[in-house]
Design a protein around this ligand. Structure first.
Ligand code: ADP
Length: 354
């Protein structure tokens, strides 16, 4: 009984949070200036988060400051823990049956992988999220029984590959023949996760495979999207009622405008595909935020694959990564314009309800 009250309270809290913050949020993380980024001595910093307003930052362009307003800006000193804190309620909500997507967007080198995967000493969102899931599941073990399963795919040049299979099997997306209209991916490896140690091993396999598949192709990993898809199925031990929550953690391909630098042939096609899929994602998020009736999921493999986690009742966070340095100004402006385009759509009061 106590527990059920707790669940009801938590749901109420989530709904309030969504009411307050919207179910699609765009955050920005400014990468700290590292020694290795300072190719030229004394390069200036052109991105400054507003010290008095946590949702705004200023970009200095030819002596003029341009202000961008997003849902939240993390300054370069923000820790992995602080970034995770912002996302934590969403992670917990997937145990209650919600569908959640978290994306890292930005040019190559802006810190997407650091934010999602992190380093051994400083794990990112993926590991922290899974750890959190197992902690909550343990807390509830007297009332609910849960199973957690994961799959991981890479989308490169609009081709899906299984990151948990040794040979990186190519995959297709199909409509489920059961008549529900849901999508499925035949042949995809789905691993049931026993505990947090187990997930660490699975994440390491996915990372290793991503590198191995990429060796034929220069900078392959920066041109592919890496997805970690977690499904949490719960059964209420008292009533037998079931929930299915999903958490999709996505390290997107680099958003840099490669085609402008004279790319030809395969490289141009690849650049166009990346650009198309990132634009398609932007369009989908914008349409969702505006509560449009038609959501253009089918314009890329990425949005098609994620459609049941991006639709109604789901929650999305896009972390836009930017460099603070002048040498990256052009890309930083592009990324922030992308973020602003998604963000500027007003959430009317009716649209805020799940
Ligand atoms: P991307 O995935 O966008 O190409 P990375 O995550 O690989 O970029 O980041 C590039 C480099 O910068 C890596 O060496 C990474 O460890 C480092 N880095 C990125 N963000 C941070 C941060 N917030 N703190 C410390 N190092 C960072």
């Amino acid at each position: 009984e106590k527990y059920r009250k707790e669940v009801a309270l938590r749901r109420k809290y989530h709904e309030q949070l969504v009411e307050l913050k919207g179910n699609i949020r765009v955050l920005c993380r400014v990468k700290p200036v590292l020694k290795e980024d300072q190719h030229e001595e004394g390069q200036s910093v052109v991105v400054t988060p507003d010290p008095n307003n946590e949702s705004s930052l200023t970009v200095l362009n030819k002596g003029k400051g341009r202000i961008f307003e997003l849902d939240k800006v993390f300054n370069p000193q923000a820790t992995q823990e602080e970034v995770f804190q912002e996302i934590e309620p969403l992670v917990t909500s997937c145990i209650d049956g919600y569908h959640v997507c978290i994306f890292a967007y930005g040019q190559t080198g802006s810190g997407k992988t650091y934010t999602m995967e992190g380093s051994v000493e400083n794990p990112g969102i993926n590991q922290r999220a899974l750890k959190q899931l197992f902690t909550v599941i343990e807390d509830r073990k007297d009332m609910w029984t849960y199973s957690v399963s994961v799959s991981s795919v890479e989308i490169y040049n609009e081709v899906l590959r299984d990151l948990l299979s040794k040979d990186g099997e190519k995959l297709d997306i199909k409509i489920n023949p059961d008549g529900t209209g849901q999508l499925h991916v035949p042949g995809l490896r789905v691993i049931e996760v026993r505990n947090f140690q187990h997930i660490k091993k699975i994440l390491a396999t996915a990372r290793r495979n991503r590198i191995t598949f990429g060796t034929q192709m220069n900078q392959h990993s920066s041109r592919s999207h890496a997805l970690l898809c977690v499904t949490v199925e719960g059964v209420d031990l008292a009533t037998g009622s079931k929930t299915t929550g999903k958490l999709n953690l996505v390290d997107l391909a680099g958003s840099e405008r490669v085609w402008k630098s004279g790319a030809e042939g395969e490289r141009l096609k690849e650049a166009q595909n990346i650009n198309r899929s990132l634009l398609a994602l932007g369009d989908v998020i914008q349409a969702l935020r505006a509560r449009q009736t038609h959501i253009p999921f089918r314009n890329s493999r990425l949005t098609y694959l994620l459609q049941d986690s991006l639709g109604k009742g789901s929650k999305t966070v896009m972390v836009v990564q930017v460099s603070a340095l002048e040498s990256n100004l052009g890309e930083t402006l592009c990324s922030l314009k992308f973020a602003q385009r998604v963000c500027k759509v007003e959430l009317g009061p009716a649209a805020r309800k799940i």
